[in-house]
Design a protein around this ligand. Structure first.
Ligand code: ATP
Ligand code: MG
Length: 353
C-alpha cells in the first residue's frame, strides 16, 4: 500500500469550494486503485486567517508542511480583506520559493463539450514547462539618469543550472508523451540570454536521442499555438515566455476554470505544490457555481507526478465524458453547480471497477 500525505490548503474564495470537491474525487480514486491511500491534513491558511492572526500562515508553517508529499492548494487572495502582495507573498510565493519549486507545468488540452476559440481544437494537447525561478523576472537592474534622459535597465538571469533543469524536466515528460520538445526562444532578437538558452537546449537534447526537438521564436510559436497546434507536445520556456504561453493555453482550453497547474520541486528536498490556474474568483464565491474541473484536473497532475498515470488517465477520461454530455458549470456555458459536476464525476468513477 502506497500512502501519499497531502497538505490541503483551500485558501480563499472558491478555493474553499473546489478543494473539498477534488478531495472527494481523490478518495474515490483511492478506492478504485486499492493500493493507493491519501492522507489529507487541512490547513486554514488564508486571508481570513490573516485577519485573525496578522499573518497568512503561522511562523512554523513551512516546517509543518515540509514532510508532506505534496501541497494541494486552492486559491489565495481576497482584496477586500488583504492586499494581494501581502497574501501572495505571505503564503503562495513563500511556499514556491522556500520549497524550491523551480518549475511550473501546465498542460493545456481542449476536451469534448467545452468550446474553444480554435478551429481544430482536437489538435491542441500540450504541456508547457516554465522555468519558474529566474530569467526575465529578476530584481537585477535599476534606473540611471533623470528627467528626459531617464533609463530603466532590467537584467535577465539565466543560470546553466536553472536552464538545464527546466529542459531536462521537459525531456523527461516528453518520454511519457509524444516524444517531442519545442524550445521557446528569441535568439534572433535577444543578444545574450537566448543564444545561451539555445546552446543549453542543444546540449541537453544530445542526452535524449529518442526525443524529437525543434526551436521556435516565441512570436511565431505563439501564432502556431493557434494556427498549427498539432506541432506541439512539450514546450520548454523561460519564466516570461512561459507565463505568456500558459495564459494563452488556458484561454484556448475554453475557461480558466478548467486549467490545471503544478509547481514542481525537482531536487526532492521539499514537497511540490499543485494548484489550478484560476484565482479565488470573488465574483462567484458562495454561489456554488465554481467549476471544479480545474482543481480536479490538478489532482490528476498530482497522480501523474507520483507515477499513477493510469489512474490519472481514467480520471481525465471521466471528466471528458461528463463535459461531453453537457454537464457543465456556467463559465463553460452550462447550468450545473459545483456539486452537480463533482457528483457526476464521482458517480461515473464509482461505476468503474
Ligand atoms: P488571480 O489574481 O488570483 O490570478 P484573477 O482575479 O485574475 O485571479 P480569477 O480569480 O481566476 O482571476 O477570476 C477570473 C474570472 O474567471 C472571474 O470572472 C472568475 O469568476 C472566473 N473564474 C475563475 N475560476 C473559475 C472557476 N473555477 N469556475 C468558474 N469561473 C471561474
Ligand atoms: Mg485576482
Amino acid at each position: 500500500m502506497k500512502t501519499l500525505k497531502i497538505a490541503n490548503i483551500p485558501g480563499d474564495g472558491i478555493g474553499k469550494e473546489v478543494v473539498p470537491a477534488a478531495t472527494e474525487i481523490l478518495k474515490t480514486l483511492s478506492d478504485i486503485h486499492g493500493g493507493l491511500r491519501f492522507e489529507f491534513t487541512s490547513f486554514p491558511w488564508s486571508c481570513e486567517y490573516y485577519l485573525e492572526h496578522g499573518k497568512m500562515m503561522p511562523e512554523d508553517g513551512l516546517e509543518r508542511l515540509k514532510d508532506f508529499d505534496s501541497i494541494f492548494l486552492g486559491a489565495v487572495g481576497n482584496l477586500k480583506l488583504v492586499p494581494d502582495h501581502v497574501s501572495l507573498w505571505g503564503l503562495l510565493i513563500k511556499i514556491r520559493r522556500e520549497f524550491e519549486q523551480v518549475i511550473n507545468i501546465r498542460p493545456a488540452k481542449v476536451i469534448d463539450g467545452v468550446r474553444s476559440p480554435l478551429l481544430n481544437p482536437k489538435d491542441f494537447d500540450l504541456i508547457v514547462v516554465r522555468e519558474n525561478s529566474e530569467g526575465e523576472y529578476s530584481s537585477v537592474g535599476g534606473k540611471i539618469f533623470q528627467g528626459e534622459d531617464e533609463i530603466a535597465i532590467q537584467n535577465a538571469i539565466f543560470s546553466r543550472k536553472g536552464t538545464e533543469r527546466a529542459m531536462r524536466y521537459a525531456f523527461e515528460l516528453a518520454k511519457k508523451r509524444r516524444k517531442h520538445v519545442t524550445s521557446a526562444t528569441k535568439s534572433n532578437g535577444i543578444f545574450h540570454s537566448m543564444p545561451f538558452w539555445d546552446h543549453v537546449f542543444e546540449e541537453v537534447s544530445k542526452d535524449y536521442p529518442e526525443i524529437n526537438t525543434d526551436s521556435q521564436h516565441i512570436d511565431a510559436l505563439s501564432a502556431f499555438f493557434v494556427t498549427r497546434p498539432e506541432r506541439f507536445d512539450v514546450i520548454v520556456a523561460s519564466n516570461l515566455f512561459g507565463d505568456i504561453l500558459t495564459d494563452l493555453g488556458a484561454a484556448i482550453m475554453g475557461s480558466v476554470g478548467i486549467a490545471p497547474a503544478a509547481n514542481i520541486n525537482v531536487n526532492g528536498k521539499f514537497p511540490s505544490m499543485f494548484e489550478p490556474v484560476h484565482g479565488s474568483a470573488p465574483d462567484i464565491v458562495g454561489k456554488g457555481i465554481a467549476n471544479p474541473i480545474g482543481q480536479i484536473w490538478t489532482a490528476k497532475m498530482m497522480l501523474d507526478h507520483y507515477g499513477e498515470e493510469e489512474l490519472g488517465g481514467i480520471l481525465l477520461n471521466v471528466i471528458e465524458s461528463v463535459t461531453r454530455d453537457g454537464i457543465l458549470t456556467p463559465d463553460i456555458g452550462g447550468k450545473y453547480t459545483t456539486k452537480g459536476v463533482t457528483d457526476e464525476i464521482n458517480t461515473r468513477l464509482k461505476a468503474i471497477d
